[in-house]
Design a protein around this ligand. Structure first.
Ligand code: PEP
Length: 259
């Protein structure tokens, strides 16, 4: 249990065009979500305007999956921060491992995207995490140290960090609660070194094959403040059950079990 408010964010990746987004959000809005946890969904760019209309007035926040650092210009295929805020987007995922491994995202470009997003008024969910080879080579903390270096240039008041071990994303293989806590505690120290007391307010999410069945034990770790959810966020029941698991941790309910 932590003093920070839990956050559960859904990364829909390249799933759900406009029609499917509307259908999924209608199902999600019909779920009775606990008011004690922040919930955010991040549909693909083309579905954001429809999502913004459906979520207007609801407690569910809206995020994008990437953003460019320039305000406009000759950057084919990119989306500027102001284009997101104009349609009611408040959150953005930056530096996801799929962007890093398939699209050449680097620590430097992720840092630039995050800084520009914050300057435009967006809340940043900054992803980092080691590959299996790096973990097996004992390099996990060194990788996190390198990837987290750019965080010091950001505004801690509008920053969420997502620890996502690459080997756990979409694989069905989850980090153990101890592995997650070790990485989160290390990241917390890094944030404290960068921001002093303000680090205490920064939420660190765990991401990597989170499901309703394993969410409570992961979120119950002292430095785990919620989750970034991929596959399980594509189902309204699973995603809302993960939010309920977070609410049980927020309430300090150690008896809570998914059923
Ligand atoms: C993700 O894409 O950020 C993620 C954590 O995916 P999954 O939950 O499917 O592992």
């Amino acid at each position: 249990m932590t003093d920070r408010r839990y956050l559960v964010a859904g990364n829909w990746k390249m799933h759900n065009g406009v029609a499917d987004t509307s259908a999924l959000l209608e199902r999600l809005l019909a779920e009775k979500l606990p008011g004690t946890v922040d919930a955010v969904v991040c549909p693909p760019f083309v579905s954001l305007p429809a999502a913004a209309m459906l979520l207007a007035g609801s407690e569910i926040g809206l995020g994008a999956q990437n953003v460019h650092w320039e305000a406009k210009g000759a950057f084919t295929g990119e989306i500027a921060p102001g284009m997101l805020t104009e349609i009611g987007v408040r959150w953005v995922i930056v530096g996801h491992s799929e962007r890093r491994s398939y699209f050449g995202e680097t620590d430097e470009t992720a840092g630039k995207r995050a800084a520009a997003a914050q300057a435009a008024g967006l809340e940043v969910i900054f992803c980092l995490g080691e590959t299996l080879e790096q973990r097996d080579a004992g390099e996990t903390l060194a990788v996190l140290e390198r990837q987290s270096a750019v965080l010091g240039d950001l505004d801690p008041a509008h920053l969420v960090v997502a620890y996502e071990p690459v080997w756990a994303i979409g694989t069905g293989r989850t980090a153990s609660p101890e592995q997650a806590q070790e990485a989160h505690a290390f990241l917390r120290q890094r944030l404290e070194a960068a921001f002093g007391g303000a680090a205490a307010g920064i939420r660190i999410l765990y991401g990597g094959s989170v499901k309703p069945q394993n969410a409570a034990v992961l979120f119950g770790q002292p430095d785990v403040d919620g989750g970034l959810i991929g596959g399980a966020s594509l189902d309204a029941r699973s995603f809302s059950d993960i939010i309920r698991a977070a609410a049980s941790c927020a309430a300090g309910d150690e008896q809570w079990q998914y059923s």
